[in-house]
Design a protein around this ligand. Structure first.
Ligand code: CP
Length: 307
């Protein structure tokens, strides 16, 4: 049984098989209407979500299965041991997808589960987003992705950690244009840092202007973790971070004359990590990227049950 905690223990062949299946299902959805007939996915959320919740639920519906949304705070996960609730849950469903505050909680769920567990984003990794991103890049790049250059501009976090992993696996050139080489704060991951230091195609720079000049894709994500964005307790910290990050905003000046596609995993904070006009720029592929969450996850769900 394979879990999707991150993409570290997936081979390039396995990742490519998931992406190929995602493309096949996207092109011929009616051929897969019964692919997961009578299978139920439990979707457990400690944090807010739009895309992860909607895309997994829609994917299960369109594959002939069913999805149950479980809010951590209104379930008995909030009262009992995570291992007891997970053991119970995995006796009623075919797969568990969890969005959690902490990767250590995900590991507890994996330990207690009798069915595959998918990480729907935690403090360290966002593997489903990375699968989506590479699927999207493959649709907007002529030629092999090993010839593409992805530039991630902003702060290192769970999303960039998973991009580092998948680009390393698939031999895609990735430049992280962020203030510091190891500025991924609460998302610090030793394996990710080892890749940045050891893979000549996955590099770091603190100069976003230089980094984007030959980019095929320029990608950004929120500068502030979602749970802290509107928190009064973090107001001063957020203000300082926004000031530090201002040179890393995706805007018309940064991308002047650059022939790239603009990516963002959403949710977008207009005027912070990206200017409002860049979200509507003709180079932006943000909405097709977001739509691909469902297609990538169909490929992943199919692969988990059929590999
Ligand atoms: N990109 C992403 O995971 O979106 P949500 O937080 O809305 O699920």
């Amino acid at each position: 049984m394979k879990h999707v905690a991150n993409l570290k223990d997936f081979s390039a062949e396995e990742i490519n098989a998931i992406l190929a299946k995602a493309k096949e299902i996207k092109a011929n959805p009616e051929d897969f209407y019964n692919a997961l007939h009578r299978k139920t996915l439990a979707m457990l959320f400690q944090k807010t979500s739009t895309r992860t919740r909607v895309s997994f639920e829609a994917a299960m519906t369109e594959l002939g299965g069913h999805a149950i949304y479980i809010d951590w705070t209104t379930s008995n996960f909030v009262l009992s041991g995570i291992e007891h609730e997970t053991e119970y849950l995995s006796r009623n469903v075919a797969c568990i997808m969890a969005r959690l505050m902490s990767h250590s909680d995900l590991q507890k769920i994996i330990s207690a589960s009798q069915v595959p567990v998918i990480n729907g984003c935690d403090d360290l990794f966002h593997p489903c987003q990375a699968l989506t991103d590479v699927l999207t890049m493959s649709e907007h790049f002529e030629g092999k992705l090993s010839d593409a250059h992805l530039v991630y501009v902003g702060v290192q976090n769970n999303v960039s950690n998973s991009l580092v992993t998948i680009c390393h696996k698939l031999d895609i050139q990735l430049t992280l244009a962020t203030p510091d080489q190891d500025d991924n704060g609460q998302s610090q991951d030793a394996d990710t840092q080892a890749i940045i230091q050891g893979n000549s195609k996955v590099t770091h720079t603190s100069d976003p202007k230089a980094a984007v000049q030959d980019a095929d894709f320029v990608y950004t994500d929120t500068w502030i973790d979602m749970q802290y964005f509107n928190s009064p307790d973090h107001a001063a910290e957020n203000k300082a971070k926004l000031k530090k990050m201002a040179p890393y905003q995706i805007n018309a000046e940064l991308l002047q004359g650059v022939h790239c596609k603009i990516m963002h995993d959403m949710p977008i904070h207009d005027g912070f990590e990206i200017s409002a006009e860049m979200t509507q720029d003709e180079r932006a592929i943000i909405y097709p990227q977001a739509e691909n969450r469902m297609h990538a996850q169909k490929g992943l769900l199919w692969w988990l049950f059929n590999s």
